[in-house]
Ligand binder design. Sequence first.
Ligand code: PAF
Length: 295
Amino acid sequence: MSTAIVRIVSELRSIVAAWRREGLRVAVVPTMGALHEGHLSLVRAALAKADRVIVTLFVNPKQFNNADDLAAYPRTEHDDAAKLASVGAHILYAPDAADMYPQGFATQVSVAGVSEGLCGAFRPGHFDGVATVVTKLLLQSGADLAFFGEKDFQQLHVVRRLVRDLDIPIEIIAGPTVREADGLAMSSRNARLSLAERRTAPRLAEILVQTVDRLRSGEAVEGVLSEARQKILTAGFSNVEYLELRANDDLAPIGRLDRPARLLVAAWLGQTRLIDNVEVTLPKCAAAVLQQAAA
Ligand code: PAF
């Protein structure tokens, strides 16, 4: 099966309207292209839950706070279309920037709270750009379900919040981070790593997992995190933008592991910024004590 490429929103809308008349369930998977197994796993999850799947491909200028980063972003539409055909996606929606943001475009979606801190602190304007384009893509596709990866965990929270706040009638479904065999989280940015950097990169996930074990064993959060930051630097990363423990359900900063949490990191390896995160479940005994206290 080949995947139809659609560039114009009115065309997308009339296809989706025809699907709806047939009573079909529609899913959308927003991407910026350069598709890897992480994206394809979301497409497969979408195909399992919906009758028709739209994958969007739009390198959104509004979410890049650095012009060089935008220029260097890989653009591989031809290969992406072939990958999507191989998994059975129905439509690749790849609008032009001039159609997404025509002359006079003046609206911005800005999500307070969950956009602040973590990546939001280091990439000013990034989440406004993400929130604005995701709002447009969800409304343009009119899908019933939308799939986002947990790799961009803060982005997932931003999207959930905007969908709730703006009453967009769509269900947001998260897919787990897909990793290379050595543990490195898949990302379109991994292609920018030199051979030596690629050998160092999996240390990030390894240190996250070791840190999660120490946190779950009851060690004090701040001491464990500061040792982990040092380990990341010693491994060869040039800068750790953040390594933080946050609540899993609302991203609130937490100083002790008394609720299900996430350990999130952003660190630079040469010219490449890598992000990753790992879930931190409560150890069984702590969960039981907290449940008793709440009863
Ligand atoms: O995660 C991404 O690829 C992008 O941030 C998204 C959600 C497609 C918006 O441009």
